[in-house]
Design a protein around this ligand. Sequence first.
Ligand SMILES: *Cc1c(COP(=O)(O)O)cnc(C)c1O
Length: 231
Amino acid sequence: MNDHMEPDVAARLADVLTEIATAAREAGSDPHEITLVAVGKGHDASRIRPALESGHRVFGENRVQEAADKWPELSTEFPGTALHLIGPLQTNKVRQAVALFDVIETLDRPKLARELAKEMAKAGRRPDCFIEVNTGAEAQKAGVLPAEADPFIALCRNEFDLPVKGLMCIPPAGEEPSLHFALLREIARRNGLAGLSMGMSADYPIAIAFGATHVRVGTAIFGERPPRRPN
Ligand SMILES: *Cc1c(COP(=O)(O)O)cnc(C)c1O
């Protein structure tokens, strides 16, 4: 594709949905059980709007402030949107995140679990939570280590009574993702968690073969992201 051309977002979204359905059928799962989280991070509302106009309603953003700038207006214009936080959450942004997001996919440490529980009680709003697992044990990456996942899941559920629905991972760049998807699936299985958020533009059909219930796809729908603006 020519980078200087506006991508046809509606057509690309339709293609991704078709690929999801194909991958689901091949895996013997029901395509309707797989949620496409369309990742609009880095793009303006004008680039996201065609996806909303085609009826898509589930979106992902990785920064709380960017989501706060972009989404309240879009959600009013297009009722029924569900917004997923897929980037790191600082505890000083917890209040804003609980107000803004429907799903928080990046729960990864006890302090954040405690703050989320407190804020949910105060706000009377309980976004679903996914626990992020650092399947590649990468030093620079967020997420609980695989060996610490079981006790952390138990802590979030039992001590903090958080609505934990599943697990999320971002496999190391340039590595075969299958082993990471299989590991995430195994941790979810032994903890009785149904949700598996895994797979991005480059590998979502593989993730579906490994049981993904949520795929987070940005570039394949919205095109390349413009260089990030300073904060
Ligand atoms: C940006 C991002 C995605 C989407 O990535 P693409 O390669 O553009 O599909 C998915 N998950 C997370 C956590 C992200 O930050």
